[in-house]
Design a protein around this ligand. Structure first.
Ligand SMILES: [Zn+2]
Length: 245
């Protein structure tokens, strides 16, 4: 039997991310990738539907693309009000702000959350899950599982021996067969994740590589879009909200 797949896209700015890592890169091309993502999914006969985890502070800049996504039946979820770490204090307010920024901008309910850094606050996983529920979320998609004690649904991303196999950034270095095998063995649904900038053609050319951190980001990056296309064509995709409902 084919596994149920939830393909997800983290919607964030590649160049901001590199600046935060301390390796700023000059941006020569722009684009948000979302319109080409929607077009690509519409071309597929199985009509895959994906969940977009959107950084609140980036949403206004890609509003047109996000609106096209919601109109095509894709889901909007939160990737934090900004792409920083979970704050040590004021966590519930921070989480809620991420949700409300998107709901106000796009006039659509936001039910899910994924931490920008997959981190867990010092207070621990149980307190974190409680904070998410208090902030109005119905599910979380990260690398952890509290299990039956969680006050909201958990949709962990696909992992294999501690490796985040569900991530496009990892898949570019792995044989497709390995990802396939992990998908077949995963608990349903299998959550895989990609980044909006892998669809927009705005990434720096390989000739722009001047640092190890940029090399790590760019090597074999073009494989990711092909992997996403192949995986959604073979398995389809439903949104996370659909999977938890
Ligand atoms: Zn992210």
């Amino acid at each position: 039997m084919s596994p149920t797949i939830c393909a997800t896209i983290d919607v964030e700015d590649f160049y901001e991310g590199m600046a935060v890592l301390g390796s700023p890169v000059k941006q020569l091309r722009s684009g948000d990738g979302l319109l080409s993502l929607v077009e690509e999914l519409e071309r597929q006969p199985s009509h895959p539907r994906v969940t977009l985890f959107v950084v609140g502070s980036y949403a206004e800049r890609v509003r047109t693309g996000l609106s096209a996504c919601t109109q095509a039946g894709h889901e909007i979820a939160s990737h934090g009000p900004d792409h920083g770490r979970l704050p040590a204090s004021g966590l519930v307010d921070w989480l809620r702000r991420g949700r409300e920024m998107l709901e106000q901008l796009l006039q659509t309910p936001v039910r899910g959350f994924r931490s920008p850094r997959f981190d867990v606050p010092q207070a621990g996983l149980a307190a974190y899950r409680q904070a998410l529920a208090e902030a109005g979320y119905q599910y979380v998609s990260d690398t952890n599982q509290l299990g039956d004690d969680s006050p909201l649904r958990e949709l962990p991303v696909l992992q294999w021996h501690g490796l985040r196999l569900g991530g496009g950034s990892y898949q570019r270095f792995l044989p497709g067969l390995l990802v396939d095998r992990a998908l077949q063995r995963s608990c349903s649904p299998a959550v895989v994740y990609y980044h909006s900038y892998d669809f927009d053609g705005s990434l720096p050319a390989m000739t722009a590589i001047r640092s190890l951190s940029l090399a790590k980001q760019l090597v074999a990056r073009s494989r990711i879009r092909a992997e996403f296309k192949s995986l959604t064509a073979r398995y389809g995709s439903r949104t996370c909200a659909d999977a938890v409902s």
